[in-house]
Design a protein around this ligand. Sequence first.
Ligand SMILES: [Fe+2]
Ligand SMILES: [Fe+2]
Length: 169
Amino acid sequence: MIIKSKLVDAMNTQIVSEFGASAQYIAIAVYFDDMALPELAGFFYRQSEEEREHAMKFVHFMLETGAKPIIPGIPVLRNEFESPADAVQFALDQEMRVTDEINNLVSLAVAENDHTSNNFLQWFVTEQVEEIDTMSTLLQTIKHANGNLLWVEDFVRRNPQHEGGGEES
Ligand SMILES: [Fe+2]
Ligand SMILES: [Fe+2]
């Protein structure tokens, strides 16, 4: 096994977090779908696909390096929200937490002198910048809309970020 055993444990914990985020985004998508807001629903269904891809990046990396990934069950999720802003704030908080988790993984890789893991993790460091930016922008848009959710729908339709794994030009 190329990577350090402490990283294996920490990556298995991160797999729980990424699959959990994937399921949580479906719950948020369903909240918007149920409100007849298809663009916001679509945005979160796409986010869910991305989080699944994040989890699978860890799974494949671990298999490649001779580590054993553990596939977890779905954790308890939040399905009720006070408002669209509350749902998106919850998503942003989740992204902030994941960013901390990724930073902690990098710190552990450095401390363990595990450059193989560190190199792999740098993709996630970059990805989280985009994730926080996207979610912060959506939250600001909802606040600017001041209750006009059809305007938010139009904004999301014109800015369909995150087409399942990045839109490099
Ligand atoms: Fe993620
Ligand atoms: Fe994310």
